[in-house]
Design a protein around this ligand. Structure first.
Ligand SMILES: [Zn+2]
Length: 257
């Protein structure tokens, strides 16, 4: 039964649901409800992309929440008044639960702000191309008869033999020839490997694919090339991330590798 009472309960948990920090039992309830409730699904979409929340300091949001009790409930007409209105509405619905679960309030407000920061960062990254802090969209492309992983611009991505799933062995001058792929990375069409991130020695985030930190090769002058494949440099061997098929055993390009 998708009663309206259920909607209020589910919405109070969308923040924790989005981050995955939700108990499995609660998660199951949210998932079941979302499957049958388009309104809450829309709410979830809005919440995950609410840049306005970022501008509200966490301390202020937290301070407001336990403040006044909701007077007569949020007006149902004033829905699309933007992020601020939506935040107050969410906080109010969380607030109603606070007598039962006081800790949930603090957690939920914290998570809402954290989620909003993520949404904001993703927004900023949407026109990619030039920025340094971007979300990398991983795609697939064919090089010869082989399907390789590429960045959004079609440049072949590489993994480095000496790396491990938590640490890159490519530092300093190595990164000039093999620029690390910035995390976070998201999977484009058909990309099914496990995506992750590691923190590089300089504190930046590097995307990983199936446990391999990812790089591009400056030897590649455009999409459709894999000049870095099978190359030995900077203390180890480099490999194009092959998704299916097999790259021909290339000889290193003549320009210094
Ligand atoms: Zn609902």
């Amino acid at each position: 039964m998708g009663g309206s009472g259920t909607c209020a309960g589910v919405r109070a948990q969308l923040g924790v649901y989005l981050t995955g920090a939700i108990p499995p039992a609660d998660r199951a309830v949210v998932v079941r409800h979302l499957a049958s409730c388009a309104i809450c699904r829309a709410e979830l979409t809005d919440l995950s992309a609410l840049p306005a929340l970022l501008r509200r300091p966490a301390s202020r949001a937290a301070a407001e929440a336990p403040g006044q009790d909701a007077p007569s409930g949020p007006g149902k007409g004033a829905v699309a008044a933007g992020g601020e209105a939506q935040l107050s509405r969410l906080v109010r619905s969380i607030q109603r639960r606070r007598r039962r679960r006081r800790w949930l309030l603090a957690l939920a407000v914290f998570v809402l702000v954290a989620v909003a920061s993520t949404g904001w960062a993703l927004r900023l990254a949407e026109p990619p191309r030039s920025g340094t802090q971007t979300t990398t969209v991983l795609e697939l492309d064919r090089v010869g008869g082989t399907t390789v992983l590429t960045d959004a611009e079609g440049y072949t991505l590489y993994w480095f033999g000496p790396d491990n799933p938590t640490m890159s062995a490519c530092e300093a001058s190595c990164t000039r020839a093999w620029p690390p792929v910035t995390a976070p990375a998201v999977a484009g069409a058909g990309v099914s490997g496990t995506l992750g991130a590691i923190t590089r020695p300089d504190g930046s985030l590097q995307a990983t694919y199936d446990g391999h930190p990812l790089y591009t090769a400056t030897a590649d002058m455009g999409p459709g090339q894999a000049k870095g494949n099978a190359v030995w440099s900077d203390g180890g061997q480099w490999h194009a991330v092959v998704v299916s098929g097999q790259l021909p055993a290339t000889s290193p390009p003549a320009d210094g590798y």
